[in-house]
Design a protein around this ligand. Structure first.
Ligand code: NDP
Length: 452
């Protein structure tokens, strides 16, 4: 269906989760598609995000398994961890995935271009000396870690660098209180580093249900993570031996080998040539789009982290599906951002979908809370103090379950299924008439009978 007027029907800038999905799906509809990428195929998620992070989480969880094994009769030699093996095996896996992404695009008939694309004007993309015309341009350039300014900022790393460290740090400070900070605190601690977290607020993960936040802080503390809430980093000084002296705002001085900032990610639009278009940016730098991902420039669309609605890979992918359906399938859809399940791969894991207790109390007159906290069966022989926390938030008037929250092993796996139930409008009675699977932790979600 390639148009005669334009070189391409769709020119996608950025081959991350959203861009690749849009390119492949559009090409599948028979339109002529090009995709440009200046860094790595698969974007943040595949290269310096979800995928390598999860591999690191697996690596660090072995330390819990080694600890637990004795109560089950195992005697193990003292375990030691070899960072270069993990780092390089991970990199090989990422390179394999990069290849798969290239094949997916090639097999779909998408033209791949390596290098920096800039927008020369409406319907026009420049790559080096070449210029291409396109009926539609899709900006899917993602985000980039943000590190605030302070003396010694140059000594801090972000999640971009942490996956490629030359040596594993003996002592680490992670700064921030969002997904990345708590996930990496767990990774570092599990892999054997002395781990500190500095967060400016009173308790991390401020968007999450309070019970999960306090439960996670307690368990991370018990594992040995040193939590410095209500602190900011004032300065970092580098010593001759490479170690870093960190001054915290509460007067504490920390000596560490690595400071990792996880203080959010900004939309990546620098150098894109947006000044040649009518595309508008929000105050936080995100590209402004309407319900159908149209920017203020008629030929240009944007989705994924660069529009900063919900910075999650499955959301970018879903947005891409909506866009392609609208552009090439005659649909008139908009993205449903309601009840998006999410997991934080902290240790223990958080899984959550729907409203927190606080949000539900704001929006509904009468809310019932069901909550259980128990020692998982595995811990009875392992002897650990880990607890699993589960919570249901229910609207009393309609009996609808508004939120499901879990802190504990496999929370992400369990909450994914409950996400379907919530999307389908499940009531507490539906939960009650569901038979549990015994013995699992998950069965507790269908056996909580008495509100607290
Ligand atoms: P988040 O937005 O989740 O958290 C940023 C944290 O940094 C917040 O705690 C914030 O504090 C703090 N912060 C922001 N600015 C400053 C500052 N100037 N000084 C001190 N602290 C500051 O960002 P992340 O970087 O953790 O992750 C980016 C996004 O990537 C996430 O929001 C998530 O959408 C996605 N992601 C998803 C994962 C998953 O699905 N498992 C894993 C990793 C990332 P405050 O709370 O006070 O605002």
């Amino acid at each position: 269906m390639a148009s005669d007027r334009y070189d391409y029907d769709l020119f996608v800038i950025g081959a991350g989760s959203g861009g690749v999905r849009a390119a492949r799906m559009a090409a599948g509809q028979g339109v002529k598609v090009a995709i440009a990428e200046e860094r790595y195929l698969g974007g943040t998620c595949v290269n310096v995000g979800c995928v390598p992070k999860k591999l690191f989480v697996y690596a660090s969880e072995f330390s819990h398994a080694f600890r637990d094994a004795a109560g089950f009769g195992w005697t193990l030699p003292e375990a030691s961890f070899h960072w270069p093996t993990l780092r390089d095996n991970k990199t090989k896996e990422i390179e394999r995935l990069n290849g798969i992404y290239a094949n997916l695009l090639d097999n779909a008939g998408v033209t791949r271009m390596e290098g920096t694309a800039t927008i020369a004007g409406p319907n026009r993309v420049r790559m080096g000396d070449a210029e291409y015309s396109a009926r539609h341009i899709l900006l899917a350039t993602g985000g980039w870690p943000f590190i605030p300014d302070f003396p010694g900022r140059e000594h801090a790393i972000s999640s971009n660098e942490v996956f490629y460290l030359d040596s594993f740090p003996r002592r680490v400070l992670v700064v921030g209180g969002g997904y990345i900070a708590v996930e990496f605190a767990g990774i570092f601690q599990g892999l054997g580093a002395e781990t500190h977290v500095s967060y400016r607020g009173p308790l991390f993960l401020k968007e999450f249900d309070q019970d999960l936040r306090t439960g996670l802080a307690r368990q991370m503390g018990e594992q040995g993570v040193k939590l410095h809430f209500e602190t900011n980093v004032q300065a970092i000084n580098k010593n001759a031996d490479g170690s870093l002296d960190v001054s915290l705002s509460d007067g504490q001085q920390l000596k560490v080998d690595c400071v990792m900032y996880a203080t959010g990610r900004n939309a990546k639009t620098t150098g894109l040539g947006l000044e040649n278009t009518a595309v508008e940016l929000a105050e936080n730098g995100a590209i402004v789009v309407d319900e159908q991902f149209r920017t203020a420039e008629p030929s240009i669309y944007a989705l994924g982290d660069v529009i900063d609605r919900v910075q999650l890979t499955p959301v970018a992918i879903a947005e891409a599906m909506v866009l392609v359906a609208n552009l090439y399938n005659g649909s008139d859809e908009s993205m449903d951002y309601d009840t998006i399940p999410t997991a934080v791969f902290s240790q223990p894991t958080i899984g959550t979908v729907g409203l927190t207790e606080a949000q539900a109390r704001e929006q509904f007159a009468d809310v019932a809370i069901y909550r259980t906290e128990f020692r998982p069966m595995k811990q009875t022989l392992a002897g650990g103090s880990d607890k699993i926390l589960m919570k249901l938030v229910v609207d009393k008037a309609s009996d609808r379950v508004l939120g499901c929250h879990m802190l504990g092993e496999a929370a992400g796996e369990i909450i994914q299924g409950l996400g379907i139930a919530l999307k389908a409008g499940a009531t507490k009675r539906d939960f009650d008439r569901t038979v549990g699977i015994h013995p699992t932790a998950a069965e507790e979600f269908v056996t909580m009978r008495t509100p607290i």
